[in-house]
Ligand binder design. Structure first.
Ligand code: BGC
Length: 430
């Protein structure tokens, strides 16, 4: 290994400044580099899921043909290959594969088999997610993950996919960001099934009279339903893991967790706050599933520091741009001592003015984690291309590739080439 010692002080991102011993080639041979997508956000033409239904009801923007990736996946993978990617994370659409309860569509399976093949032909490792937020209509209409038997239903779907596609892949993720799915669907109420929880105090109960009792009751009901959904999701993952392993014991089965990196200054109150938030948002779910995970996927978007808050700029999502916080997020997951893939980390940046910097800082954060012994196996930028950003429609642009939704023309953004250079140097950014 080529060692190059240099003491470096980082002026950028004050919070992450540190003097360090620079060791080149920290990224191991075979480290996976690439990007991620999700079926509903890019494929187009999916009409039998809860999001399409919500769009028909006017509650979320329509997705329509999205990036038409369902038909253009080969050309899109050609671009990913040209950009040096060695892996690609994608999801398969449950509503296509199981359009009616217990009935599986072999044509859909054949399509995803071709997608996997296309990745392999281009030298990219397929990292496949079974379920990324959207539910088949038959399932959502009968209660979705509120259903008592939802874990068994999900495990049956997982077993079918493992039987049909498992032999063709090495990495399988059961679900994407379960807490985000449950939190926005049952507490915030912005995503299907649009259930909302608002903290309603005794005040409101006493001064507002009988009829308004309905609102607090409904609200608390949403909270308890949220808890139920979270438990069902954890059980669904655990059951699915067991079923998949019976069929394909050698498959690496993971769960993708959205981790918010909570940090604090030395003030004990701030430390306590960071500890509580970390427990609630990160570990309460991880504790339920970690034994049934061969590895973890990390989706990183948020770093929150209590006390002496550093000043960050905001992305087009209005999120603080603190890419170095990925190091803190990796530390959170490393508690479970399982290999970690950065399964998503990225930026909405319509004029591509911050993306190259963001990716570079993010990769430095991963490198720092690797140097400290955290077993990170890959880095997948979100997203390969602009896509349907859920309740916000198509306005927010996360892509390495820009999409013109009228013509379906693809334009590679300059930052994608900066990422390509990083990949060519296997992660060395300076
Ligand atoms: C989700 C993606 C989403 C991205 C940006 C992640 O939480 O997995 O589907 O597009 O964040 O909001």
């Amino acid at each position: 290994m080529f060692l190059c010692f240099k003491i470096q002080t980082r002026p950028v991102m004050g919070a992450f400044s540190y003097a360090r011993l620079w060791v080149m080639n920290t990224f191991p041979e075979g480290f996976y580099w690439g990007a991620a997508t999700a079926s509903y956000q890019v494929e187009g033409g999916i009409e039998n899921c809860d999001w399409a239904e919500a769009a028909r009801e006017g509650r979320v923007p329509p997705c329509g043909s999205a990036c038409d990736h369902y038909n253009r996946y080969k050309a899109d993978f050609d671009i990913a290959k040209e950009l040096g990617h060695t892996a690609h994370r994608f999801s398969i659409e449950w509503a296509r594969i199981e359009p009616e309860e217990g009935q599986f569509d072999m044509e859909a399976i054949a399509h995803y088999r071709k997608v996997i093949q296309a990745l392999k032909e281009r030298g990219m490792e397929p990292i496949m997610t079974l379920w990324h937020f959207t539910l088949p209509l038959w399932f959502s209409k009968t209660g979705g993950f509120e259903r008592k038997d939802s874990p068994e239903i999900f495990a049956r779907y997982a077993a079918f996919c493992a039987k049909e596609l498992g032999a063709e892949i090495s990495y399988l993720t059961t679900m994407n960001e379960p807490i985000v799915f449950a939190g926005i669907g049952w507490l915030k109420g912005n995503w299907p099934p649009f259930k909302q929880f608002a903290l309603v105090g005794l005040n409101e109960l006493t001064i507002s009279g009988d009829r308004s009792m309905q609102r607090p009751l409904k609200s608390w009901f949403a909270y308890f339903t949220y808890r139920k959904v979270v438990n069902n999701l954890a059980t669904a993952h655990n059951y699915a893991y067991k079923e998949i392993k019976k069929i394909q014991p050698s498959l690496d089965v993971s769960l993708v967790k959205h981790v918010v990196a909570f940090d604090s200054n030395s003030n004990p109150l701030n430390r306590f706050r960071a500890w509580v938030e970390d427990k609630f948002l990160n570990h309460s779910f991880l504790r339920k599933v970690h034994k049934q995970c061969d590895s973890f996927g990390l989706n990183f978007y948020h770093y929150v520091k209590f006390g002496d808050r550093p000043q960050f700029e905001y992305s087009d999502m209005g999120w603080e741009m603190a890419p170095g916080g990925i190091y803190n997020a990796l530390q959170v997951l490393w508690k479970y001592k399982k290999p970690i893939f950065v399964s998503e980390a990225g930026l909405a940046d319509h004029d591509d003015s911050h993306r190259a910097w963001y990716i570079t800082e993010q990769v430095k954060g991963v490198e720092r984690a690797l140097r400290e012994g955290i077993d990170v196996r890959g880095h997948l930028y979100w997203s390969l291309m602009d896509n349907y950003e859920w309740a916000l429609g198509f306005e927010k642009q996360f892509g390495l590739i820009q999409i013109n939704y009228e013509t379906q023309e693809r334009t590679i953004r300059p930052s994608a080439y900066v990422y390509k250079e990083i990949i060519e140097r296997n992660g060395s950014v300076e």
